[in-house]
Design a protein around this ligand. Sequence first.
Ligand code: HEM
Length: 62
Amino acid sequence: MGARHVGYGVKDAHYATVGAALLAMLSETLGSAFTPEVRGAWTALYGAVETTMKAGAAAVPH
Ligand code: HEM
């Protein structure tokens, strides 16, 4: 999926922007249910996907 995103024009730096937007959306919609534990779990999940996608992107020509 990271490799396909290279074809969409996505750069590594864009992942931080999307991750921040995801966390902001979750905070806004979950309100008080967005506890530090929940934030930590989403941050870890996004980070794992981000790392994997960047590795896939790095493996294809730009
Ligand atoms: C964890 C991070 C991300 C996930 C899970 C994700 C997931 C997806 C999926 C499932 C698709 C459908 C096509 C495909 O599978 O190749 C897609 C398309 C796309 N994504 Fe992402 N994406 C992520 C990050 C980003 C970022 C950082 C950008 C750039 C700001 C981005 C821009 C796009 C664009 C432009 C498309 C094509 C939309 C279209 O032409 O229909 N994505 N993404």
